[in-house]
Design a protein around this ligand. Structure first.
Ligand SMILES: Cc1ncc(COP(=O)(O)O)c(C=O)c1O
Ligand SMILES: N[C@H](C=O)CCC(=O)O
Length: 426
């Protein structure tokens, strides 16, 4: 037994499933989870001292790599002044200005502590603003674990094979309508069946919780048009894609303006942060300006804000996103060449520094139904072979992968070679 397995046994005694978030338990790939002791740059190190090149990046936040000096310095400086005040601070104001500068659709923004809080509140706000109850989401998209969003959801729910969670009252779930990602007809049909009832559409503009599926041409604009036609609020859940695919996120990359945007991950620089923002008239309905209530003891925490702000400042460097995109393309081209060499049916997807790997002979995977036709068993074997090669991928076939600015071409070459060995043994 290595130290990770020992710790997992010990963890199961007092932590449900031995983990504090389900996908970490490795149920999606079998075996026992790796426990990490430290991380630096593009690498994570387990408690037994093994080094892995990391493509999880703490599920997205680590776009600069682990332990980035600018973030570390900002956090240490903030800690000197106290951990939390529960009162307004200057750094929150700077953060709000920065978010509005990066995201042209965001006129006002409220900081929270997680992506879940951000999406949960954005939906409450959309309901309060429109006076309607129903929300429309897409099968296989994940927006955190608020009750009304755990319906046909992706990520850990797909990994566990329970796309809708027990514990949610049927009359709550009844307000959640689900459509097919990349299928505008399925959205129109729901609007036409109940034209005055749908408060909002919430969508991952690039779906990253059923592997990685970019939107087809016109899909996001089509959602914008349908929301305008039926007077519903369009929410882009950019918790994963926010500052990941471009400085201006999906909304600038695809040139579609949502009414509200939810953020998380990168905006906290590795600390627990989320945010939601958008049109000033909608945000004006939020307490204390308006009646829609939301609050948080640690919201806008000064240490978390300092970390997030330091991260966002790094993203302003000239050529940052081009370089990240180029590295990701290089990695995927290398992987595809290895798959061809070893005659493994595999396809990839990419948007900026975000990517997907699919075991399928399809050229492109565009929908939840197509994701479900991919070979999940092959992924499980592949995952463990990669782990042996010192490559840490997400322990599930339903998660996107992430490249960071800290990944060197030497590390990418090492990854390509390691993946080649894994594919050869598959
Ligand atoms: C697109 C998306 N929305 C919302 C969430 C929820 O964020 P959190 O895990 O910070 O609650 C996640 C990730 O978990 C996500 O990927
Ligand atoms: N897919 C999830 C977030 O993006 C993974 C994080 C988790 O569930 O622990």
């Amino acid at each position: 037994m290595n130290k990770s397995s020992e710790l997992f046994e010990q963890a199961k005694k007092h932590i449900p499933g031995g983990v504090n978030s389900p996908v970490r338990a490795f149920n999606g790939v079998g075996g026992t989870p790796v426990f990490f002791a430290k991380a630096d740059g593009a690498c994570v190190y387990d408690v037994d001292g093994k080094e892995y090149i990391d493509y999880v990046g703490s599920w997205g936040p680590m776009i600069l790599g682990h332990n980035h000096p600018a973030i570390k310095t900002a956090v240490l400086k903030a800690v000197e002044n106290g951990l939390s005040f529960g009162a307004p601070t200057e750094v929150e104001v700077t953060m709000a200005d920065k978010v509005c500068e990066f995201l042209p659709s965001v006129e006002k923004v409220r900081m929270v502590n997680s992506g879940t809080e951000a999406t949960m509140t954005a939906i409450r706000l959309a309901r309060g603003f429109t006076g309607r109850d129903k929300l429309l989401k897409f099968e296989g998209c994940y927006h955190g674990h608020a009750d009304s969003l755990l319906v046909k959801a992706g990520s850990g729910l797909l990994t566990m094979g329970v796309p809708s969670s027990p514990g949610i009252p049927a009359d709550v779930a009844a307000h959640t309508l689900t459509a097919e990602f990349n299928n505008l007809d399925s959205v129109r049909a729901l609007f036409e069946a109940q034209p005055d009832d749908i408060a909002c559409i919430i969508v991952e503009p690039v779906a990253g919780n059923m592997n990685c599926i970019p939107p087809n041409d016109g899909f996001l604009q089509g959602l914008r048009d349908l929301c305008d036609e039926f007077k519903a609020v369009l929410i882009f859940d950019e918790v994963m894609t926010g500052f990941r695919v471009a400085k201006g996120s999906c909304q600038t990359l695809y040139n579609v303006k949502p009414d509200l945007t939810t953020l998380g991950k990168i905006i906290g620089g590795g600390m627990p942060v989320g945010a939601f923002g958008g049109r000033a008239d909608i945000m004006g309905h939020l307490a204390p300006d308006g009646p829609v209530y939301q609050a948080g003891t640690l919201s806008g925490n000064p240490v978390a804000m300092a970390a997030g702000l330091a991260a966002l400042e790094q993203l302003e460097a000239d050529g940052f996103y081009q370089e990240l995109t180029d590295k990701t393309t290089y990695l995927l081209n290398g992987i595809k060449a290895q798959a061809a060499k070893y005659k493994v049916a595999m396809t990839t997807s990419q948007v900026g520094g975000m990517f997907g790997l699919f075991f399928t002979d399809k050229e492109k995977v565009q929908s939840f139904a197509e994701v479900m036709t991919c070979d999940a068993d092959k992924f499980k074997r592949f995952f463990h072979l990669c782990l042996e090669q010192g490559i840490y991928l997400a322990p599930s076939a339903f998660e996107a992968g992430f490249v960071s600015a800290a990944h060197s071409y030497e590390q990418l070459d090492k990854t390509i070679a390691g993946i080649g060995k894994a594919l050869e043994q598959l």
